[in-house]
Design a protein around this ligand. Structure first.
Ligand SMILES: [Zn+2]
Length: 137
């Protein structure tokens, strides 16, 4: 399986999931895969709402969806990032914030739904890279 990256087209704003080196499938513009940082997100398997893709938001910008047991790789510049996830109409999330720096440029996050008495909540937690599933290069 070819590793794909979740990038936003700088020209038309379309969010794409494509192998490195691809052009925008909508407008043909070049895409930037060379950002020095990486946010890697893995969605843990869950019976609740498993057919629904979770919405991904990075600093309040929509970055597409993530399916059950899917990995998403988002190249990013150094900076501070807030992650937010939604599941259908459910927007309850712990909204983790972290820094991407030259010393710590690969942030790995696992997301799952935590069942609650009244509402379910999306919980995203930073984890060690060696706990993430391997995705082909
Ligand atoms: Zn485009």
């Amino acid at each position: 399986m070819v590793k794909k990256f979740r990038v936003k087209c700088p020209s038309c704003g379309t969010v794409l999931n494509v192998p490195a080196g691809s052009a925008c499938t909508k407008c043909g513009s070049g895409l930037n895969f060379d950002a020095p940082g990486m946010i890697e997100i893995y969605r843990m398997g869950n019976f609740v709402g498993s057919a629904v893709g979770y919405g991904i938001y990075v600093n309040d910008q929509p970055m597409g969806h993530i399916g059950d047991r899917e990995s998403v790789f988002i190249p990013v510049p150094y900076g501070t990032y807030k992650l937010h996830f939604t599941c259908g109409m459910n927007r309850k999330c712990n909204d983790p914030v972290f820094e991407v720096t030259p010393e710590d440029n690969h942030v790995c996050v696992k997301v799952h739904i935590k069942m609650g008495v009244f509402t379910n909540k999306l919980v995203a937690e930073r984890v060690s890279p060696d706990t993430m599933p391997k995705v082909g290069e």
